[in-house]
Design a binder for this molecule. Structure first.
Ligand SMILES: O=S(=O)(O)c1ccc(O)c(O)c1
Ligand SMILES: [Fe+2]
Length: 339
């Protein structure tokens, strides 16, 4: 296996949306993401702390789907490393020279990884104005930055092995009594995750995690959706996660794409950082207060596109956490009572 690229962090996602104006209402007017660049059929958005051109691209398309996720790599030569690494795995690989791919992004390579996701690796990217202290421009959820991708995949151990081969650490897991792996959180930047895996049919995008600085901004976001009679966009939470310890709320955009507004996880940067392992029967793992996880959160996710823009077929899961009899999820009621 050739040398993997040196991934710095999860950097941006490109979503296909069926109604760009409706998506703009959700991601810009309601969540407050900053419009760095706008085209007739695309918006390039970023959070207040982000100095690079964008962390979310919304592009109009016939099917609501994930076009690709993108990781920034440390040096230009890591783009070539990524190309060799995935070609060596026999995966589809396509060079995307600067100016031919995503606006603002330099030379890149796009691959279909072993999990079936279209993933871009890039180094060069245009800069944006420093907005960290432009409080006059901070609006909505006051999103600071993209924090992570969460992906649905039928084979969590295979996903874990693939991201370990890319040098990702593992901060937390959800495991069965025999240590069967139900979920994992993996990182390159020194926080809980850049990517996490949710068991289920895949490849599908479960959600994009966007970080704010304060839990009151998570609460305020939910309040505003309620005030406007748009509470149906709130899917799960607000609440406190067990895994990651983050405060969260999950929202669905007009196309059903899921976004998590997320704050206050923790540092993972020491080389001997140990993985924290949750038992799948612990009903604090997903919500530390034991609140149930709504079934749509386990079952619904966005399809993904291949390198040519076709929707990827999905494979069913080999392990289904939502079928595990756990009282708090309310999905597995034992003997008529919460088990
Ligand atoms: O629900 S979990 O506590 O497992 C969780 C933890 C961190 C996340 O980013 C997430 O989406 C879900
Ligand atoms: Fe998340």
């Amino acid at each position: 296996m050739s040398t993997p690229p040196d991934v710095i962090r999860s950097a941006y996602a490109q979503l296909a949306v069926t109604d760009l104006a409706a998506a703009r209402w959700f991601w810009v007017d309601m969540l407050g993401l900053h419009v760095q660049h706008a085209e007739a059929d695309a918006l390039y958005l970023r959070g207040t702390d982000e100095l690079t051109h964008h962390s979310l691209v919304l592009r109009a398309g016939p099917v609501a789907a994930l076009d690709h996720i993108a990781y920034r790599v440390r040096a230009p030569e890591d783009v070539e490393r990524a190309e060799r690494f995935f070609a060596g795995l026999g995966r589809p690989v396509r060079r995307v020279p600067a100016g031919t791919g995503t606006h603002g992004v330099g030379d890149a390579v796009r691959v279909v990884d072993p999990l079936g996701f279209t993933v871009e690796f890039f180094h060069g990217i245009a800069r944006g104005e420093r907005l960290i202290q432009r409080y006059d421009l901070h609006r909505g959820a006051r999103i600071a930055r993209l924090d992570h991708f969460n992906v649905c995949t039928p084979d969590i151990p295979a996903a874990y092995a693939h991201y370990r081969s890319l040098g990702f650490g593992c901060s937390e897991t959800i495991e069965g009594d025999e240590h069967e792996l139900y979920a994992a959180w993996m990182y390159r930047k020194q926080t809980v995750h850049d990517v996490a895996f949710t068991g289920g049919a895949g490849p599908r995008l479960h959600h994009i995690g966007m970080a704010t600085h304060e839990s009151h901004q998570v609460l305020h976001t939910a309040d505003v959706f309620g005030s406007l009679g748009k509470q149906h966009h709130i899917e799960r939470g607000p609440g406190r996660h067990g895994v990651s310890n983050a405060f969260y709320v999950y929202l669905r955009d007009p196309d059903g794409h899921r976004v998590e507004i997320y704050t206050s996880d923790y540092y993972t940067g020491d080389p001997d950082h140990e993985t924290f392992r949750w038992n799948v029967h612990d009903d604090r793992r997903r919500d530390f207060w034991g609140n149930a996880v709504i079934e749509s959160w386990y079952k619904e996710a966005s399809p993904v596109l291949d390198l040519d823009g076709a929707v990827q077929p999905v494979s069913e899961s080999v392990l289904d956490e939502s079928s595990v009899r756990v009282g708090a999820d309310g999905l597995g009621i034992v003997d008529g009572t919460k088990g």
